[in-house]
Design a protein. Structure first.
Lengths: 483, 428
């Protein structure tokens, strides 16, 4: 029987759910028994769509144009990726900071009635005539998907007119998935299908694919590269600030790993199946335990187990006294963590380095991978709330108001208005990861905890938009069974 | 008809609607749309407006039906119903506006039928049936006001001869909107007027409901708000005057004050006293830094309102040399274009600059590259690239603004012109 090909939609994997409210212990037990069922929310706040992730993932590629086959609003979030790209260029020493070559076909009423094919063709031609790019990515949208524009066929037809440019359609229609990380998969599926095309290339000794999303700062890139070079690897940093040439080198690598748990995890599996490239998929390298685990994971694939232990020993000797000092400042503090799949679990593990106590965890999806993390957390922490939610600030503030943690790690906007000291672990412009990132992060958390004046004062003046009665309700009131 | 664009400035009509509603205190938008529209539209306008976004609900705080495949195929009105119900239960808003994304628009969900159910139960829920693909952010501003005129603003409100409404300054799509409205408010208040800015000083939907009692609508914009102004006058009998561009500096701000004073026949003595005091304030400062900011030949890339204001101040009041002005928002009516060109080219002493209407980034960059003489460019974050390339002075002064934080800063009015001049200082 032919193997079913992965569609790029994260929900298509069995056992993966997006809506649930529980505790660490209960959710682990339910998952083990197979009792976790897909659910929904009868009331919800906005989500991040997968198109946002597909666009952000590739926005810093050289010699590329990015075409959104959509109305103008669908390039809204790409502006954040463009900002990261501009700042990233400055961090990397560029004086001539460039814009991303981003186009929108601007689907309008006429396109909705008659189809958007002519606008797409015109845009592709315009973009290629202007920039003669090596790559032209075309992103589908809810609108293009529903009106039924066949972007694959259109681009396939146009490809022969533009032999110097590879046309890459990406199927990231927002309505296809509730999990924004699906957008990463959509981008990688397209890269494999249209650029790599299952072609075998000569292996390059020591070459390692390091997959990194746009939210990884240059400081973090350097730290990761430093660590991997210490194992003798040559790093192919993909796709952030990379190029067609570097993408084409992917199959030449001896191994792959990723910085983020939900970035290229499916793609690394594909690379194993299609090009026999072994990979390590562990955790996000934030905090000592996770950094060790991430490091050991890739060292094992590279056959450098002995070497990595040596390095880890040295790193620990260097880091541990400094971490001990941070621990004195943070010991016993109760923390609520909210973040994307990779960062939320990584931050939850991180706080143990500082002797802090986990009281709440908000993360977008739950699956087999999450179960491994939760089982680990359950060994350290008792009685913490788990909210499987993609943001949903109304649930978050309800929980925070009841739990009253000493510190909040995640998007600070709402917790700050409750007067809780806040720190973010998603900082695409400053360090977070590896052994050095840990110290930066620890100092940031400790400093904010010791000096919480801003949040305490703003909470007195700025009110969250929720009714007083909402804070008395069950935070998971609107989570409904779907089956 | 929307045009193909490279590096578009701002979002779809939904983004514009959301930005305007987000600027009104205690108003909650409810999206009947795909899962990313809340984030995308907030990022497109509020997110590019100097890092300030609605304090009440914005981005992922906005209630949304998050339409997935199931809703696309079977319709999403049931999901919308529970979303509105939840929004009312959870969010303490004065009113809820239900907006439609492309998905709801294309599949044709009847949102009015759903909002009617809530209206019948006495909830302040208003539908706005304009899917994202219907236009751009600017249209969103007019759509919101048309909706408010049709559904919210009350008739037969007693007239207040001192009350005026300000239109044309678009929240977030103009990054300096709050500072500008505060400056307008400050100036007009000195004339004894009560000013509805609608988006500052915690004005609420109650102020909007009663704004038909105003004596005058003041539109500060060379082209926006044409349709709503007409509708407003027909329905509520409030006349309007159009100030054909933002006023920056003493000359144009005084002209603005006189226009308002004429329309309302205000006490001449008071008006002249205010003008004298304000102009003196500006010139007392300008007099302290003569020759400090070096002479420049300038180009402006901005929306029409801002471009008019900057060009006229720099040319008429500051004796810089205008070379090129690019209006970077799509404008379709010829009469609007002519009005804008007239404002920009009808200068006191300076030779008129070239005026182009270009919304596409590549075309904007090409036009600037061709002007060898330019030494100062005032534009948006998107124009920084070409300014770096030309190695000329660049001031980030127009939407989109990604690399500065803007709270109450403005370049408009008397006081704003001093801030503008301060920011032009470069020490090079």
């Amino acid at each position: 029987m032919a193997k079913v090909k992965y569609s790029g939609v994260r929900e298509s994997k069995p056992g993966r759910i997006n809506d649930f409210g529980s505790t660490g212990e209960q959710i682990a037990e339910k998952f083990k028994k197979g009792c976790l069922k897909r659910a929904d929310r009868s009331f919800a706040q906005g989500l991040q769509c997968q198109q946002i992730n597909s666009m952000a993932a590739l926005m810093s590629l050289e010699d590329s144009v990015f075409i959104s086959h959509s109305p103008q609003g669908c390039v809204g979030c790409s502006v954040m990726a463009v900002d990261m790209y501009r700042v990233g260029q400055i961090h990397r020493g560029a004086k001539q900071v460039k814009n991303a070559r981003l186009f929108v076909t601007n689907i309008d009423q006429k396109s909705v009635v008659f189809g958007g094919e002519s606008k797409l063709r015109e845009t592709v031609k315009l973009a290629i005539d202007r920039y003669h790019p090596k790559l032209a990515f075309v992103y589908a949208s809810c609108a293009s998907g529903i009106i039924g524009d066949d972007i694959d066929a259109i681009l396939n037809d146009m490809q022969s007119d533009y032999p110097e440019t590879i046309l890459v359609p990406i199927h990231c229609e927002g309505f296809k998935s509730k999990v924004c990380a699906s957008g990463f998969d959509a981008a990688f599926l397209a890269i494999n299908k249209y650029i790599l095309k299952h072609q075998k290339v000569e292996k390059e000794k020591g070459l390692l694919n390091l997959f990194a999303p746009t939210t990884v700062s240059y400081a973090d890139q350097k730290e990761m590269e430093r660590m991997l070079q210490a194992l003798g690897a040559k790093v192919n940093y993909i796709p952030f600030y990379s190029s067609l040439e570097k993408i084409k080198k992917i199959p030449a690598a001896e191994a792959s790993t990723s910085i983020c748990k939900v970035f290229a995890d499916e793609f690394m599996q594909t690379l194993w199946e299609d090009y026999q490239i072994p990979f390590s998929h562990t955790v996000m390298p934030i905090g000592i335990r996770n950094t060790d685990q991430w490091y050991r994971g890739i060292a094992k694939v590279l056959g450098k187990e002995a070497e990595v232990e040596e390095i880890i020993k040295k790193e620990h000797a260097r880091i541990e006294p400094l971490v001990a000092k941070l621990k004195e400042r943070l010991q016993g503090k109760r923390v609520f963590v909210c973040g994307g799949t990779g960062r939320s679990f990584a931050a939850a593990a991180l706080i143990d380095d500082f002797g802090m106590k986990l009281v709440g965890l908000e993360t977008p999806t739950y699956d087999e991978d999450a179960q491994i993390d939760i089982e680990y957390l359950n060994e350290i922490h008792k009685d913490y709330v788990v909210d499987i939610a993609n943001m949903q600030p109304f649930e978050q503030v309800n929980l925070l108001n009841k739990i009253k943690p000493d510190a909040f790690i995640g998007v600070p906007v709402w917790a700050a208005k409750l007067g809780i000291p806040t720190t973010h672990v998603l900082d695409g412009k400053r360090p977070t990861m590896g052994y050095d990132g840990l110290l930066y992060l620890g100092n940031k958390i400790a400093d904010q905890l010791e000096n919480p004046g801003f949040n305490k004062k703003i909470a007195k003046h700025v009110k969250l938009p929720y009714r007083e009665s909402w804070y008395q309700e069950d935070a998971f009131k609107y989570i409904t069974s779907n089956e | 008809m929307s045009q193909i664009m490279e590096n578009p400035k701002g979002g779809c009509v939904l983004a514009g609607i959301n930005a305007v509603l987000g600027a009104i205190d205690r108003i909650c938008p409810v999206y009947h749309s795909g899962p990313g529209c809340c984030m995308q539209t907030t990022a497109a306008d509020q997110g590019q407006s100097g890092h300030k976004s609605s304090c009440f609900v914005s981005g992922v705080s906005i209630p949304s039906s998050n339409m997935l495949e199931k809703e696309v195929v079977f319709g999403g009105t049931e999901k919308l119903r529970t979303t509105i119900q939840g929004a009312i239960e959870v969010i303490d808003a004065d009113a809820y506006f239900v907006l439609t994304g492309c998905t709801a628009g294309i599949i044709g969900d009847d949102i009015v039928r759903v909002t009617d159910e809530f209206v019948k139960k006495g909830h302040p829920v208003y539908p706005i049936e304009t899917p994202g693909f219907a236009g751009d952010s600017n249209l969103g501003y007019e759509i919101v006001w048309n909706t408010l005129i049709d559904q919210v603003i009350e008739k037969d409100v007693p007239k207040d001869p001192k009350l005026v409404n300000i239109f044309g300054i678009v929240p977030y799509h103009d990054p300096f909107w709050s500072g500008t409205l505060e400056e307008i408010d400050r100036i007009l208040s000195q004339l004894g007027l009560k000013v509805n800015t609608f988006f500052t000083k915690h004005q609420t939907i109650e102020d909007i409901k009663k704004c038909s009692g105003a004596a005058l609508n003041i539109i500060v914009n060379p082209w926006l708000f044409h349709g709503p102004a007409k509708k407003f006058e027909e329905k509520f009998g409030v006349p309007s005057i159009r100030i054909p561009g933002l006023f920056v500096g003493a000359t144009d701000t005084t002209k603005f004050v006189r226009s308002v004073a004429d329309a309302l026949q205000l006490d001449q003595k008071l008006v002249e006293a205010v003008i004298e005091k304000e102009e003196d304030y500006v010139y007392q400062y300008l007099g302290q830094a003569i020759g400090v900011v070096s002479w420049k030949k300038f180009a402006i890339v901005a929306d029409a309102n801002t471009a008019v204001g900057y060009t006229r101040y720099l040319a008429n009041d500051y004796s810089f040399t205008p070379v090129l002005v690019i209006i970077s928002e799509p404008i379709f009516r010829q009469e609007d274009k002519e009005r804008i060109i007239k404002e920009i080219q009808d200068l006191e002493y300076a030779k008129p600059p070239k005026v182009l209407f270009l919304a596409d980034q590549y075309e904007i960059n090409q036009a600037i590259r061709e002007e060898e003489d330019v030494t100062l460019l005032v534009g948006s974050s998107n124009e920084r690239e070409v300014a770096l390339e030309k190695e000329i002075q660049f001031l980030l002064g127009a939407f989109p603004v990604n690399e500065r934080l803007i709270f109450n800063r403005t370049y408009a009015g008397y006081k704003g012109s001093l801030t503008f001049t301060e920011d032009l200082y470069d020490n090079l």
